[in-house]
Design a protein around this ligand. Structure first.
Ligand SMILES: [Zn+2]
Length: 115
């Protein structure tokens, strides 16, 4: 008997997640909520859900940041937006040197004072 099994990966946009500053764009942007699911398939039919990951993606520059399950549950609830925005800021600045970080924060302040 021949059994065909494999992996299927699907990604789909859930909807807008929040609106906050993107350090790559250097502007306030809408971030989208995306979900990626991996399935075990038999005869090319999705059968067993295997992995599920959540991301927020900048709607303009497409920078994506993975969310753990706890943070993924916060998406879409307006009261949680400041918490998520803080997480995105920390994530975007974590690999920057202190000089780069200060420059980006100063540039953000400058841009916000112009808006
Ligand atoms: Zn961006």
């Amino acid at each position: 008997m021949l059994v065909m099994f494999g992996w299927l990966k699907e990604t789909k946009k859930i909807g807008p997640a929040l609106s906050c500053h993107c350090y790559r764009c250097q502007k306030k942007r809408t971030w989208e909520h995306w979900k990626e699911n991996e399935w075990v398939s038999f005869f090319t039919i999705k059968t067993i859900p295997f992995l599920s990951k959540s991301y927020v993606v900048c709607s303009t520059c497409r920078a994506s940041i993975a969310l753990d399950n706890t943070r993924a549950r916060l998406v879409g609830v307006r009261e949680n937006e400041p918490h998520l925005a803080k997480f995105l800021e920390e994530h975007q600045l974590v690999l920057k040197s202190p000089v780069q970080r200060n420059f980006l924060l100063a540039q953000r302040e400058q841009n916000q004072s112009r808006e």
